[in-house]
Design a protein around this ligand. Sequence first.
Ligand code: KIV
Length: 263
Amino acid sequence: MKPTTLSDLRQLKKEKRKFATITAYDASFARLFTEQGINVMLIGDSLGMTVQGFDSTLPVTVEDISYHTRSVRAGSPHAFLIADMPFMSYATPEQSFDNAAVLMRSGANMVKIEGGDWLCDTVRMLAERAVPVCVHMGLMPQSVNVLGGYKVQGRDEASAQKLLNDAIALEKAGAQLLLLECVPTKLAKRITETLEIPVIGIGAGNMTDGQILVMHDALGITAKAPKFAKDFLKETGNIRDAVRLYIEQVESGIYPGQEHSFK
Ligand code: KIV
């Protein structure tokens, strides 16, 4: 099987073909996701909530992400794996080099960091050192204490413009992928159309190039699922069909629908 690469994702964007991605934390689910046709997975720090049972992502460590990245890589040797850099693991460029190296050695193809244009130097320096970077913007769960909760971002014109400007600056700095969480569909569309790099959305409507869901949300396991989540298992009754349905609905633009999106 041919490994999935960033060029494949850029090509999908060029061809305006939407793609589905998902979080994965272990080898068995990673294998199952690959078998059903998901070639891009995120070892997200959401594991702090879904796997470890904390009420935020803040307690997650680089060692945690490294352990789960190794597990996912073992189950899915050819997938494109994005590893989350957890809270405070990229506070300085030096820290980000050391921690990104740990995650890349664990099997990641790319690291993900949360923030805005203040990350430009870090992105540039990581990219120059052969570490592809995905930037997570909009609702940034690691900033929950600053944002005052898990709220939709970019609702007014000034903050929407700031998100767009930051996204452009980060692309110029060398970011190779953007993840937009909980922003209005219109803004996500604007950012997706402006950038050349692929944009993946979660709670950002159906106009982004790709979608991501936390696997527990897609399978209806989360106790209090967010508005943008959809329980695909409820509709299908078995996990493999649920994953297939998720892929089909993303590729056809059916998911996320209006009811999963923000205006
Ligand atoms: O950690 C994670 O799972 C994430 C998702 C919200 C995409 O960043």
